[in-house]
Design a protein around this ligand. Structure first.
Ligand code: ATP
Ligand code: MG
Length: 568
């Protein structure tokens, strides 16, 4: 490609709402442009990177036996009603009607469509297993689209679905997909972790996410310093905590006057007792399909509630804050809530199971209970609802857990019969018995990956593309296009590189040298060859974008040098 012919509208302007490097550089580098909130065009450079990522994904999936299909982006509401997701999915699902009043949604994910495709076409165990995928558009009307391609409304996803005769075979495929995804993300040059993930209300027996480690990530992940344990904070576990101090001693279980002592901090000061021994109450409004209710979650005073775990613990779709009014209506006394004689549903964190010598609210203004023994409570539900924090201990090996941020770029999920059953997708097993398919589902955020790569690979000047996805590998920058010798040399090198199948761009624009170099740095091609004044002395300069190191190379050796550098 000749730069003078290319449509690469680089700009110095930083978009107003852009805070992350990937968002800023992808727009400034002329890779993408925003059409509307969360909707982007891909310009030629962006499209090349997108296609390269797609190809890597396709190569690895195909070699693992998956088959590519392409389903309609627009999907009939009827299917969503059958699976029960039409009402559940909420506002992210964009619904509309056609001229004949038929209801449709823009596909946010395609379980229903894929089951429908396979249903009645695959009817026997002999046709199983099957793993079908597509790399295609998705639309989710996200509440807060942001960070450019990281959280769009329209985005490109690889979504795959596998069909099996039994759990065991589905688990084999799940492992194969984990291994395949690792190969894909390694080829993309990413520093990532595979983490245990929340399986949510669907249940399912297992789920893992692929997290690109980056400070800008929206997910918090928990990593063991000692072993390979890693989990999304929404699913992370820990060993039972070690008491920070000796347990307090109380003469018995009794009510204690604690006027205006309503926070854990005040309570800890008032009794001179470590918050570990205090019961913290977090009241939330749990939203279900058909109702809402106030639920109280009890934790140690120095633990925090993990809302996803807490929502799962009560089977709610989500938890929202309850107003003071709603709490009072439910008979709660804010600041003094405790589990004894509580009138609403409550859950106690698993770390507190059967603990003694605690202090908790008395459900009466200005009073707490001391010397509480949870064993004495009846029908208590203990669940893991606390957020893991730095320094908690690994559930696997007891090592120290640390927290870090990640960008979710992939997700694999053991689905079971969650969709095949309601959609009545059946096959005949070896004994002629009709059974629903056992399924797995596997996603990759393809357009999100473009941004994730740059979040991990940039400097203050711009993008630094890994070679596997760089839009061009070499940028030949002609310092002065009016200099015939420079142009001749550059063109010959350009042709030679093309002959070697190396993607090369020739910057033959009638622009200042500094301007062209700024574009090289902003766009982030792996190498620049500067054809300038030193050509008179028989040499050119090669710049490595990653290190910005420059070396002078005799002009006869440039081709060989680049081939060597690019492992050709
Ligand atoms: P998130 O938690 O980030 O909202 P998700 O768990 O809803 O993602 P999945 O349904 O698992 O996403 O979708 C599979 C993959 O699609 C994700 O791993 C992610 O990489 C990508 N993805 C999801 N939502 C978006 C989005 N709004 N913009 C870009 N990519 C997305
Ligand atoms: Mg996910």
């Amino acid at each position: 490609m000749k730069f003078s012919n290319a449509f690469i509208p680089t700009t110095k302007e930083t978009p107003k709402d852009a805070v992350l490097p990937s968002h800023i550089y992808l727009i400034r580098g002329g890779f993408i442009n925003q059409v509307a909130s969360g909707i982007y065009n891909f310009l030629p450079l962006g499209k090349i990177v997108l296609e390269k990522i797609k190809n890597i994904i396709k190569e690895e999936l195909d070699s693992s036996g998956c088959q590519e299909v392409q389903l309609g982006f627009i999907t009939p509401c009827e299917l969503w009603e059958k699976s029960g997701r039409f009402s559940k999915y909420g506002k992210e699902l964009l619904r509309f009607k056609d001229r004949k009043e038929n209801c449709f949604v823009l596909g946010p994910t395609h379980e229903e469509m894929m089951v429908e495709l396979v249903k009645n076409r695959v009817t026997s165990y002999k046709q199983l297993p099957l793993n079908l995928y597509q790399i295609h558009l998705k639309f989710r009307d996200e509440a807060r689209p942001r960070f450019g391609l990281l959280r769009g409304r329209e985005f490109v996803m690889k979504d795959g679905y596998s069909f099996h005769a039994d759990e065991e075979d589905m688990k084999r495929e799940y492992q194969l997909m984990e291994d395949t995804y690792k190969k894909i993300f390694n080829r993309l040059g990413l520093n990532f972790r595979v983490v245990e993930a929340d399986v949510g209300a669907i249940g399912g027996s297992g789920s893992k996410e692929f997290m690109v480690l980056a400070n800008s990530g929206e997910d918090t992940i928990v990593i063991c310093e000692q072993c390979n344990y890693a989990a999304n904070i929404e699913a992370a576990k820990r060993k039972k905590r070690v008491p920070p101090t000796e347990a307090p001693e109380f003469s018995g279980f009794s009510k204690f006057h604690t006027p205006n002592v309503t926070t854990i901090e005040d309570l800890s000061k008032f009794f001179h007792i470590d918050p570990y021994y205090l019961l913290k109450a977090v009241a939330k409004k749990a939203i279900y399909d058909d109702k809402e209710e106030i639920v109280v979650f009890f934790l140690r005073g120095d633990d925090e509630l993990q809302e996803t775990k807490a929502a799962n613990a009560v089977g709610a779709n989500e938890l929202v804050d309850a107003s003071e009014e709603e709490l009072k209506d439910a008979g709660l006394v804010p600041g003094y809530i405790g589990p004894y004689d509580l009138k609403v549903k409550y859950i106690i964190d698993i770390d507190l199971k059967d603990e003694k010598n605690l202090i908790c609210g008395a459900n009466e203004k200005d009073y707490h209970l001391i010397g509480c023994d949870l064993e004495k409570l009846e029908n208590v539900i203990y669940k893991d609802i606390a957020a893991i924090k730095e320094g908690d201990l690994c559930p696997k090996c007891g090592g120290k857990l640390t927290l870090t941020k990640g960008i979710e770029v992939g997700h694999i999920f053991q689905l079971g019969t969650r969709y095949s059953e309601p959609l009545n997708a059946l096959f005949l097993d070896e004994n002629g018995k009709s059974k629903p398919f056992v399924m797995g589902t596997y996603g990759i955020g393809v357009s999100r990956l473009i941004a994730a790569i740059i979040e991990q690979s940039h400097d203050e000047k711009g993008c630094i593309w890994p070679r596997s996805v760089a839009p061009y590998l070499v940028d030949i920058v002609v310092s002065n296009i009016k200099d015939n010798e420079q142009m001749e040399f550059a063109k010959t090198l350009y042709d030679d590189l093309l002959n070697e199948n190396i993607e090369v761009i020739l910057d033959d624009r009638n622009e200042r040298f500094g301007f062209k170099m700024k574009d090289f740095e902003l766009i982030g091609f792996p190498f620049a060859v500067i054809v300038g004044k030193s050509l008179n002395e028989g040499s050119v300069e090669i710049v490595d974008r990653k290190t910005l190191e420059k070396i002078q190379i005799p002009k006869e050796e440039v081709l060989e040098y680049l081939l060597h550098k690019l492992n050709r």
